[in-house]
Design a protein around this ligand. Sequence first.
Ligand code: OAD
Length: 254
Amino acid sequence: MDFSPQLLDSLHAARAIAVLTGAGISAESGVPTFRDAQTGLWAQYDPTELATPQAFQRNPKLVWEWYAWRRELVGKAYPNLGHIALADMERHLTARQSHFTLITQNVDGLHRQAGSQNILELHGNIHRTKCFRENEVVEEWADTGDVPPLCPRCGAYLRPDVVWFNESLPQTEWRAAVEAATSCDLFFCIGTSSLVQPAASLPHYALQAGAVVVEINPNETPLSQNPSPGRLYSLRGKAGDLLPQLVAAVWGLA
Ligand code: OAD
């Protein structure tokens, strides 16, 4: 892709970059997105039956097993060129004493596997487990045959440490994400439908604070419609194609 010279200048000059990613960045690793029409998880499964605390209370076995299936799926996935380009971007920025923050809605852990360091996981991590009652992370538990397994401290059901609908985001991560969005000079919004709040507000906070915003997505989103001439670039394409090209165009090949 031919990137606009103004965009390349903004990237060169940036002293603080914040990035928000969604399921689309992991699509090329074979992890299904949520809202893509044919292949998205929410086209096949009902989120109200699987991704709310109420659903877990109604049918804990179903919910636990659905997340166990997804954990196995992402356990077999590898970071793709998009994840790797973001880890390269962070290395280039930090080598120049510039700031880089990667805010992700993904629970798959692939950014860390790709080498990214400064990561804020807004929706938790599917590889972690916590107690449904105490809300504390649990590392080990006895295999009693119960599904879901039981908390070794209090005997309540264990659940995946992900954020469900009707739950709040982890406040430390959310505050750090808002701080990164409002203090960066360039904000990337990659592979997200920009529909789920509060994460979808972050690019708007960045625009209001004066940052240049770059969206990377093969499809239009509500963010693409934002009337911010000269400060919003909507790059149409796959993250695994466009990010390595952009990193090479700005910082040279790693
Ligand atoms: P969505 O499934 O809503 O959106 C995925 C986006 O990725 C879409 O806009 C696609 O066009 C885009 N996409 C697909 N392939 C891509 C590629 N190769 N490169 C770049 N973009 C691509 O996923 P999210 O926006 O992440 O929350 O969804 C946000 C939250 O809603 C998730 O964290 C999850 C979900 O319900 C919970 O489970 C609580």
